[in-house]
Write a protein that binds this ligand. Structure first.
Ligand code: NAP
Length: 276
């Protein structure tokens, strides 16, 4: 019935990263994809570079696509939803990656009992290493869920959770890359303070983060056990750990996730109360 398998509204940083990964991993054939963006230069350059069709507007995109991925910033979500409202039918699956725009909010504009999926991904999607969480409403069918899992597996790891967890996910993995970049930068500064060349210190810090995460994910060993493997009695590591614990690193990181979660909740409730 629909000519295209996937339509993407908004091909900015995240939308284009997802599009490129879907194509490079052959997740969907490129002739089954259509894109639209208000930035016409970006749209046409990407369409030419990747050899995918572009729509004339969001309504045309929805009319030709079975699954519609909306990858615009939360501030323009309402505008996009109002634009596509009349073109949406119950056959469509709408996938939103806009942070904090709830199902309740979306269904105040899209009143058809449509299948909706919300995604919280993160910037490592740009290199195929995202942590993505999927939440769906009651209309979503199993095959639609599998389709979305397939798309987001092309940009990294995918887990499914209920919508009520998405604020905590935002506080942990959505905002998380920023916390990790601060940690990497600080570790590199430590190396520089101790005389290492800056570029080398940065590489060592980043690879240490990457390697430690890989070790944990691939072995499934508890982080406390992996930490103990490094900390020789009376050695350098336990001396550094004492410093970290004295500075309350654990409490600080826990509070950071808590604060971001609370902020996400407050932004969302303000948004939901603000419609129409
Ligand atoms: N960046 C992150 O760390 C991150 C992480 C997780 C989730 N997200 C979510 O991903 C979404 C997209 O973020 P992003 O960083 O990719 O944003 P972005 O780079 O600004 O991309 C959004 C694109 O949508 C275009 N656009 C605006 N209004 C439109 C409309 N009415 N129809 C079609 N296209 C329109 C924008 O064009 P103009 O630039 O001309 O306005 C831009 O090219 C956000 O909702 C964000 O919450 C982002």
């Amino acid at each position: 019935m629909y000519e295209k398998e996937l339509g993407i509204i908004g091909v900015g940083k995240i939308g284009s990263a997802i599009l490129k990964r879907i194509i490079s991993t052959n997740t969907i054939e490129k002739n089954k994809i259509i894109i639209f963006d208000v930035d016409k230069e970006k749209l046409h350059n990407l369409s030419k570079e990747l050899d995918v069709d572009c729509a004339n507007n969001n309504t045309d995109l929805v009319n030709s696509s079975k699954h519609v991925l909306i990858a615009v910033i939360p501030q323009v979500m309402d505008h996009v939803l109002r634009e596509i409202e009349t073109a949406i039918s119950v056959q469509h699956l709408i996938i939103s990656i806009a942070a904090g725009v709830s199902f309740t909010h979306i269904t105040k504009i899209i009143t058809e009992p449509v299948s909706l999926i919300r995604i919280m991904t993160n910037t490592p999607a740009l290199v195929g290493a995202a942590a993505t969480v999927i939440a769906h409403n009651e209309n979503v069918k199993e095959y639609q869920l599998e389709f979305v899992k397939k798309i987001f597996s092309s940009v990294g790891m995918v887990v499914e959770l209920e919508e009520r967890h998405l604020d905590a996910v935002t506080g942990l993995s959505g905002s998380g890359p920023a916390y990790i970049f601060i940690i990497i930068e600080a570790l590199a500064d430590g190396g520089v303070k101790m005389g290492l060349p800056r570029a080398i210190a940065l590489k060592l810090a980043a690879q240490t983060l990457l390697g430690s995460a890989k070790l944990l994910l691939e072995t499934n060993i508890h982080p406390a056990v992996l930490k103990d493997m490094v900390a020789t009695p009376g050695g350098t590591t336990i001396t550094a750990i004492h410093e970290l614990e004295s500075a309350k690193i654990r409490a600080t990181l826990i509070r950071a996730v808590e604060a971001a979660t609370i902020k996400s909740k407050s932004l969302n409730s303000a948004k939901t109360n603000n419609i129409r």
